[in-house]
Structures are given as C-alpha cells and as structure tokens.
Design a protein. Structure first.
Length: 188
C-alpha cells in the first residue's frame, strides 16, 4: 500500500504541471518561483522516500515468473534508457528524433524491469512509473502543441552524451545491489 501511495504521489505531482499549467502558474504567482520549486522538490523527495520504504516493507511475492532469457533484454534496454534519460538535458541530436527522450527512457527502463521482475512490488513500481510516463507524454503534447524539432548539434555532442549515458548505466549496474538489493549480473 505504501509503495503504491509513493508512486501515486510522484505521478500526481508531476502530472499536475502538465495537466494544469494555469493552476501551476497561479501557485508560482502566489508563492514565488523559488518557493514553488522548493515545495515541488520536497514533495518529489517525499514520494521517493515513501517508494523506498514501501518497497522495503512489501514482501517479494511473485505475480508471474518471467522467462530467464528476458534478463538479457533488460541488460540491453536499460543502458539505452539511461542514454535517453541523459540526452534530455544534454545537447544531442537524439532530441531531433525523440520528442521526449527522458520520458521515453523512463518508459523503456520500466518495461525492461517488468521483463525481468515478476514480483507484485515490481508491478506496482515499474508499472506505475510506466503508466505515469505514458500519461505525462500525452498531457505534455496536449499542453505544448505541435513539436518543433531543435536545431542539429552534431554527431560529436550526441556521441559524448551517449557515452556519458553508457558510463552511468555501467555505474548503475555496479551499484544495483546496494540500491535495489540484488545484483544485475550474478557470477558463479
């Protein structure tokens, strides 16, 4: 229950910005941009804390048993997801091909984890983030209208961004046992 509450708080907080830009602006006008951003960040951090506590409190009971081979797909998809996530904030031509690379990365990350994890808590966490990212893209497109592709930045910048994403993916694989409680790659 706590895990679902955390995912819901994360999603509603983010969706509010895309779904109700007028209400967001009224809050910014009333509170000031700095205080609004601070409160937004605080709610997001609170949602992450609730997610972590909810994950830890929920027993890893199985909803389904994913085929073992799907773990290989996860190992392929997650680095791509991290590259997309990083490219959203970096100068890269990926943004000329994918309108929302960060949210596309989140969706890919969530799908990859659903392929490898059949626990109920995984369904709640990764399924919840997948649902949020899909809705977020829909509402952002509705809010922002037609897509205007950014100017090209060149292969070098795109490659640097991709390499940074791949290095971060390797780091996440290495620290995965400490942040998620299980190794990505089991040796032995």
């Amino acid at each position: 229950m706590l895990l679902g509450l955390g995912v819901l708080l994360w999603a509603v907080t983010h969706l509010f910005v895309a779904m109700a830009p007028g209400a967001r602006q009224r809050l910014v006008d009333r509170l000031g941009l700095g205080l609004y951003k601070g409160l937004f960040s605080l709610v997001i951090l609170l949602s992450l804390l609730i997610i972590v506590l909810g994950w830890q409190a929920m027993p890893p009971t199985s909803a389904y048993v994913p085929p073992i081979g799907l773990r290989h797909a996860t190992l392929l998809l997650v680095p791509i997801a991290v590259v997309l996530f990083i490219s959203a904030r970096a100068p890269t031509d990926i943004k000329r091909v994918i309108r929302h690379p960060q949210l596309t990365g989140v969706k890919l990350w969530a799908v990859a984890h659903l392929l490898a994890n059949g626990e109920w808590r995984s369904l709640i966490l990764f399924g919840g983030f997948l649902a949020w990212a899909v809705l977020e893209v829909i509402f952002i497109k509705r809010r922002d209208g037609a897509w205007v592709k950014p100017a090209p930045v060149g292969a070098t910048r795109t490659l640097v961004s991709a390499l940074i994403g791949l290095v971060l993916a390797v780091v996440l694989i290495v620290i995965h046992p400490w942040i998620a409680g299980r190794p990505v790659i089991v040796m032995g």
